[in-house]
Design a protein around this ligand. Sequence first.
Ligand SMILES: [Zn+2]
Length: 317
Amino acid sequence: MARVEFAYSLEINDIVDAMEANELWIEGILNDKRAFECIDENCEAKITCKNMDTFAYDRKVIPHFIMANRENMHSASCELYKEYVKKESIRGKSKNERKTYNIGRNVCFHMERPENHRIIKHTFSGEGSKNEQDIKRKMKRTSERRKNRNSNYYWLNSLIGYYIASYKEGTIHQNTVDIDFGKNKKYNYTLNKLFKRIKKEIETTDADKRHYVYYGKGKVFSRKDGGYDLVFYEQFLDSDKKVKCVISKNLIENCQYGRINKINILETAKGKERFIYVLSSKNISETYEKIYLNVNNLDCIAISEIDLDAIDEIIKE
Ligand SMILES: [Zn+2]
């Protein structure tokens, strides 16, 4: 069965991708990984979000949608199913042909959350089941109009899922991200430009004040003030300065969404070698002989076990 990219969440009555669903689970908004169905308005095929209820540190496979069971397939009139069949027929063809078919995806990462963020507008409370069906159809119809809809992420962990999936597919040059800083400041990057592996980048560039996703091997340590130090084990190419990200107690206290889960992720990673990702600017301190990666908030940090160098090896083989 072809990949299901988006599903309709029966819990929030909106269309989400699997990483969004995971983010919403972490933040306590989604609870049931089985409460999804096909996004087509004429189809009620049940969908499960596999690994929706897992943390990045204890899974090998990122969250994704699967059909709930073999019997409950798409309806005959489901447009999505027809599209899948078409895509499947291209699958057998050469890699290049498939690449042309893949026109690239775009997701939006928000550095700020709107004021009424995560307040669910479409509740069914007290309404009859006929009405539920109507709302569902209407929601699906409006959502379908945004067929090439953007996924909206607020936590770097979701973006890492997208990056790793694109890395495996070989589409980091086509797939893009809008980084939305709020106040109409939005910048678009291809994934290969946004993500910077520390050991492959030079220390000083003209763009150090800009935000990028820096990543590399490192460890998490506790700070005396109740915060954390993220210490990288790799250095910039031409540099012998230590690379570090400080998470102050303040930064933790300012986290409003899923704070406990997000702290748990840091706690669990403590002392273990992990891949640490930070969406940050770069601050070079000659005095301390250190490079500080400064993050705005806890949402700009992600930790993963997945080693992209290992993926490179597989691709080369
Ligand atoms: Zn369907």
